[in-house]
Design a protein around this ligand. Structure first.
Ligand code: FNR
Length: 384
């Protein structure tokens, strides 16, 4: 692991370890991949202005959110079917996040029962994909409540399945079709076949979507899985009002980009929003969450304004905070780290980002992430 110096370095070992369709599923974006590219491009548009000679000894990354003091202002974003990529991947990420004192969000399309992940991370959040059907909404919320979660994240940007051409090109599909090409690819990746897939099969049985709805979900290779995940097109703000009514814990809506939707979330009493274009995996050419920050700040009011997409460096975290974010989330690199080296890999990735941020805060002449403001940006780029 000595060659892993930055978050981007985890991609190559993950690519080597995984069959092509699985790596393609993680790395890909939709159509032209413009939305995914914008998530990275936006950061190079900003320059930082450090203050010097201020004495920055004893600075800290501690950062409050929802009444909890986290050990950094970033967390691990929800990602689906992780356990197919990395052995017991959801638990590995959950454990690493818990030990490092950062929040972790379990995906609603995960293959590990939420109750088991909850044991590994009692501070973890749960992300739900909900169909627009009241009974199923009620049942899932009850299950999440029983497991003891305090924060529920509702992902709102998947009304319709995205056009992920790259998945078709690389042979990834739901239901998963076992083709000669897929088997050949598996043959080229024996470490994944034996160390992740077969071991997972022997320990936990056939991979199922375990947390999609109230009951155990569909096996990943079944038609039913595809159908369940394709039926979210009638979810609307009235369902959010219902969820707000049923769910007494903290409610976060993920996948907003318009300040009008941020205002709607606030009106319905949500506790936070995550500005996100889903890692460039839903609507192509959707603006990056970071671009949506300044126009959303006022609409967010006292809600937590969070963002994800393309965050790879401490300076990316600083820029997002300077543009008005209260907290940020990291996706792909944490999954690559789990693929490359399990829980130890995720711990390493978190540590790298923490150290970068700690150094950057010091170089900016600040004592904590909470002190980051628009003043660290070049004057011409200050949010108005
Ligand atoms: C995701 N994302 C996602 N989001 C969500 O709300 N529920 C989910 O199940 C998933 N699944 C998922 C799988 C994979 C493989 C990826 C890469 C992403 C989106 C994720 O939470 C987040 O918004 C982006 O990944 C953030 O962008 P970066 O950090 O990956 O650039």
């Amino acid at each position: 692991m000595t060659k892993l110096l930055s978050l981007n370095d985890f991609e190559t070992p993950a690519r080597r370890r995984l069959p092509r369709p699985l790596f393609g599923y993680i790395s890909g974006g939709t159509e032209t991949t413009a939305a995914r590219a914008d998530n990275h491009a936006v950061f190079s548009e900003y320059r930082l202005v450090p203050r010097v000679l201020r004495g920055v000894e004893g600075r800290s990354l501690m950062h409050p959110l929802f009444g909890h003091d986290w050990q950094a202002p970033f967390g691990i974003a929800p990602m689906g079917i992780v356990a197919l990529m990395a052995r017991d991947g959801d638990v590995a990420m959950a454990r690493a996040a818990q030990a490092e004192g950062i929040p972790y969000v379990l995906s609603g399309s995960s293959l590990t029962p939420l109750e088991r992940v909850r044991e590994a991370n009692p501070d973890g959040w749960f992300q739900a994909y909900l169909p627009g059907e009241d009974d199923r909404i009620r049942a899932l919320i009850e299950r999440v409540r029983k497991a003891g979660h305090e924060t529920l994240v509702l992902t709102a940007d998947t009304a319709v399945l995205a056009n992920r051409e790259n998945n078709i090109r690389s042979g990834f599909s739901t239901p998963l079709r076992v083709t000669p090409r897929l088997l050949w690819d598996f043959g080229l990746h024996p470490r994944w076949v034996f160390g992740t897939f077969l071991l997972g099969l022997m320990t936990h049985g056939m991979p199922h979507f375990e947390n999609s709805f109230a009951e155990r979900g569909a096996p990943i290779i079944s038609q039913r899985a595809a159908r369940d995940f394709g039926r979210k097109d009638h979810l609307n703000w009235e369902h959010v009002a219902l969820i707000r009514d049923l769910w007494k814990g903290r409610l976060v809506i993920k996948g907003l980009l318009s300040p009008l939707d941020v205002a709607e979330a606030r009106k319905l009493g949500c506790d936070g929003v995550i500005l996100s274009n889903h890692g460039g995996r839903q609507l192509d050419y959707a603006i990056s969450g970071v671009r949506a920050l300044t126009v959303s700040r006022e609409e967010a009011g006292s809600m937590a304004l969070m963002v994800d997409g393309g965050i790879r460096r401490g300076t990316d975290v600083v820029k997002a905070l300077a543009l008005g974010a209260d907290f940020v989330w990291v996706g792909r690199p944490m999954l690559y780290a789990a693929v490359a080296a399990g829980e130890a890999g995720v711990t390493k990735a978190i540590g790298i980002l923490k150290r970068e941020l700690h150094r950057d805060i010091g170089l900016l002449g600040l004592m904590s992430p909470g002190e980051v403001s628009g003043a660290v940006l070049e004057a011409a780029q200050l949010p108005c």
